[in-house]
Design a protein around this ligand. Sequence first.
Ligand SMILES: NC(=O)c1ccc[n+]([C@@H]2O[C@H](COP(=O)([O-])OP(=O)(O)OC[C@H]3O[C@@H](n4cnc5c(N)ncnc54)[C@H](OP(=O)(O)O)[C@@H]3O)[C@@H](O)[C@H]2O)c1
Length: 338
Amino acid sequence: MGAETTFRAIVIDKTTDADGHDTQGAALRVVDDTFLMPGDVTIAVEYSSLNFKDGMAVSGKPGVARVWPLIAGIDLAGVVESSADSRWTPGDEVILNGSGIGENHHGGFAERARVSGAALVRRPTGISAAQSAAIGTAGFTAMLAMLALERGGVTPGSGDVLVTGAAGGLGSVAIAVLSAHGYRVVASTGRVDELGDYLRELGAADVIERDTFGEPGKPLQSQRWAGAIDSVGSVTLANVLAQTQYGGVVASCGLAQGADLPTTVVPFILRAVSLIGINSVEAPLSLREEAWRRLATDLDLGLLDGMTTMIPLEGVLAAAGDILDGKLHGRTVVDVRA
Ligand SMILES: NC(=O)c1ccc[n+]([C@@H]2O[C@H](COP(=O)([O-])OP(=O)(O)OC[C@H]3O[C@@H](n4cnc5c(N)ncnc54)[C@H](OP(=O)(O)O)[C@@H]3O)[C@@H](O)[C@H]2O)c1
């Protein structure tokens, strides 16, 4: 194996101690092409991004990594080096979000990747590789959620749209694309003082304290939202459903507060509220391509650049804890070659 095939990667491994307890840890390692998993497209990775899920995996939390050792990173942007998939040829600029990378297949926190060509999307003209990573799974999911609101009949004239987990990656992109599309957006955050101006610059018309959703409430409350994009789950989502107006649509994307949902059927049967699940990982190719087409037209790249922080590959090890602790905001891009 020649030296040119070695590359750096953030690798998650699992060890089992004498008592049978599993510990998962991540480290920056130098590996070579024999480490890669089977796939029909080999990619020179340029950028990845740090998502909440990556924070969990790299911090040793269970539920994301399902095979070990595993290169972490649920996103990648790069250039095709070789391909046995007729859709792709060397030099093509591609994006991959989810589809199992960073979970059961080696992911984007590495200088090289070998993946299935089936879920790759061609990088839209006008969006740089770094910007496509800045959008990443969080931004792609925000667009899937906006598409779900549109399909549910929520228009800018329907009323206010709430975004919870507003200062996070998914929330930040959701605010930008919704407001660009003419929706009046209300941002719910735990960081009103620190990040209120940031959220208004993204396009939020109002910024409210997330604590207002934090305690269990009545199953029906005053009707405030025509739609909502929720990253938070748990009691917050239950209260959002209770405040959604007749016929409104809520897109459930995440579980930053918790995976539980302590609600009743009342908002559904008395207010005809729709709760739509969003799954970016297994989104079919046609939906991936539609979402990326819409991101290319609807997302202001200046706003995207303003919400983006760039870190080198090794920086992932410290930033993983920070995203779980709610210390980051917007999107964190990983320059895997730095
Ligand atoms: N369904 C999918 O396919 C999909 C795709 C991407 C992400 N997700 C999920 O969506 C969520 C957001 O992902 P992300 O990458 O945007 O993460 P992120 O950047 O860490 O954003 C999460 C935000 O949630 C808020 N938050 C955190 N802890 C909270 C708590 N205990 N109670 C209430 N709010 C809390 C914070 O916003 P404020 O500081 O503004 O309060 C935080 O910035 C995660 O649960 C992730 O797993 C799902």
